[in-house]
Design a protein around this ligand. Structure first.
Ligand code: SAM
Length: 406
């Protein structure tokens, strides 16, 4: 796609002005469905079609330009004035056909061989408008389906469609970026020059790639994202993919979160890291002063053998599943309280619903801007431990040499 900087002088053709006027009016009135440019005659050997839709970015309505290329699609978002500037040049010189669809009107623009512009207007059928609106809504996910990394990781196919067996992962990626976006909005990170992220137990790194893409493409930040993973083959695989996609700033290192040394991390992520690996990651996040800590714990093994539940609960806890649920609630509840005590506003909530995965809990901690007295929280932790007879909780032990910052 021609870059915006190369877009030239405004259109003088009255038909094109009329067409772009209808486009702007529909966008500003919230009635734009889409604009599709086709019959490409320009110099880019990859580009075939361009689809333009309204999209909300950080609360501001913009236009998303989806370039449909021969190999993979790309997307860029522009404010209206920049989009118009580009369209004035792009239509007629590069694209010989454009279809504007609004909630009430369809306008077909065609450019003859001699360069004459013709318009054909007709009313949009209600069914069509509904279908396009539904499609646009689908596109209003937090992650754009056309992003190249999704194809490289096998989430989408060559046509940019979600591969059915990856639909749960696709939903998880979107939910994750939604949570991250809200957390970032509570910090000053979006205004920083550069953001450092560590993802512990990155595995196949679907979420690591999604974070990098979100920070660099949507927020336009300079991001340094490091995935830390025990298994060397996965590290190699992910580094190769990042290299192939030229994602400078995204890298993977082989390492054990238990021994990893990190400094200057803004966002600490540990998703589905087994058992106490989550505690080591949280400890590192707190020590490095991360503004955001996001964990989705799994395999809660540490507390269950220590639990001394009161006799009144024994008819419930005779069922192993209940004992497991209780240990899980206590482990994550104590993690959340410890994060509170060490200066974070913390929430525990469903990450994605049970029908998608059983690993469905998220602990989200955002560093508090103002200090708060933490004596009451420390007392609650002590009380809970005494009630259940807990002798040791990995995160608490790890934090013992760190100062509760409140
Ligand atoms: C269930 S996968 C989760 C992958 C990814 N975070 C996600 O949510 O899609 C857990 C990953 O953590 C890695 N892992 C487990 N313990 C670890 C440790 N102590 N240090 C680093 N990685 C670890 C495993 O090898 C595995 O790839």
């Amino acid at each position: 796609m021609t870059t915006l900087a190369s877009a030239a002088a405004p259109a003088t053709d009255p038909m094109l002005s009329d067409f772009l006027g209808l486009f702007s009016q529909a966008f500003l009135a919230g009635e734009l469905l889409r604009l599709v440019l086709s019959n490409y005659q320009g110099a880019d050997p990859e580009l075939q079609r361009l689809q333009i839709r309204p999209v909300e970015i950080k609360g501001e309505l913009q236009l998303s330009f989806l370039s449909q290329n021969r190999t993979f699609d790309t997307t860029k978002n522009y404010p209206l004035h920049e989009a118009i500037q580009w369209l004035q040049q792009g239509i007629s010189s590069d694209f010989r056909s454009a279809l504007l669809e609004t909630q009430s009107l369809e306008v077909q623009l065609s450019v003859s061989k001699k360069g004459k512009i013709l318009l054909n207007k007709r009313k949009t059928s209600n069914n069509k408008a509904q279908a396009v609106l539904a499609h646009n809504k689908e596109k209003h996910r937090y992650v754009e389906q056309s992003r190249p990394y999704l194809q490289a990781l096998g989430i989408t196919d060559a046509q940019g469609q979600i591969i059915p067996s990856m639909s749960k992962k696709w939903k998880q990626i979107n939910k994750f970026i939604e949570v991250l976006q809200k957390a970032i909005s509570q910090t000053g990170l979006a205004e920083q020059q550069a953001v450092h992220v560590a993802d512990f137990g990155s595995g196949k790194a679907y979420l690591t790639f999604a974070v990098f893409d979100y920070l660099t493409t949507i927020l336009g930040l300079k991001a340094q994202v490091t995935g830390v993973e025990l298994r060397q083959p996965l590290v190699d695989l992910c580094n190769n993919t990042a290299k192939k996609l030229a994602l400078n700033g995204l890298q993977f290192e082989q390492g054990d979160v238990k021994h990893f040394k990190a400094r200057g991390i803004n966002v600490m992520i540990a998703l589905h890291a087994c058992d106490t690996a989550t505690d080591y990651a949280i400890d590192m996040g707190i020590r490095t002063g991360a503004e955001i800590i996001m964990c989705s714990p799994c395999c809660h093994k540490e507390l269950r053998p220590q639990l001394l539940s009161p006799p009144v609960l024994s008819p419930l806890l005779v069922h192993g599943i209940h004992a497991g649920q209780q240990a899980e609630m206590l482990t994550d509840g104590l993690r959340a309280l410890l994060l509170e005590a060490y200066g974070y506003d913390t929430q525990v909530f469903e990450f994605i619903s049970l029908e998608h995965t059983s690993k469905n809990k998220m602990i989200l901690a955002v560093k508090r801007k103002k200090t708060k007295d933490n004596k009451a929280v420390l007392a609650q932790i002590a009380e809970l431990k005494a009630f259940y007879g807990i002798q040791h909780h990995c995160l608490e032990t790890l934090l013992q040499t760190a100062e509760p910052t409140s």
